[in-house]
Design a protein around this ligand. Structure first.
Ligand SMILES: [Zn+2]
Length: 82
C-alpha cells in the first residue's frame, strides 16, 4: 500500500466526510484503518494559513471516510518533517 501514490484509489470515491477524526460509522481510530491515502497533491489553505489536505481512511467496518489533515491529532505515524 502506498499512502502517497499520485492517483486516488478507487475506494476513496465512496468516502464520507468525518467531522471527528475517526470512523463515522463505528468510531474506530484512523490508526486502525486498513488503508490510507493522503491527497497531498491538492492541499488547500486553512483559515490560519496552514496547508491542509484530505486524508482518506478505509475502516475495517467497511466505511471509507476522510477528514482534513489539520483535524488529525498529533502523532508520529504520519508526521511529515522532511
Ligand atoms: Zn468503522
Amino acid at each position: 500500500m502506498d499512502a502517497f501514490q499520485p492517483t486516488p484509489p478507487e475506494w476513496t470515491q465512496r468516502a464520507k466526510h468525518a467531522l471527528q477524526f475517526c470512523c463515522p460509522t463505528c468510531g474506530a481510530s484512523a490508526y486502525d484503518a486498513q488503508r490510507v491515502w493522503l491527497n497531498r497533491r491538492a492541499p488547500v489553505m486553512s483559515e490560519d494559513y496552514q496547508r491542509k489536505w484530505q486524508e482518506f481512511y478505509d475502516c475495517e467496518c467497511g466505511t471509507a471516510w476522510w477528514a482534513w489533515s489539520s483535524d488529525r491529532p498529533p502523532s508520529d505515524l504520519t508526521r511529515e518533517d522532511s
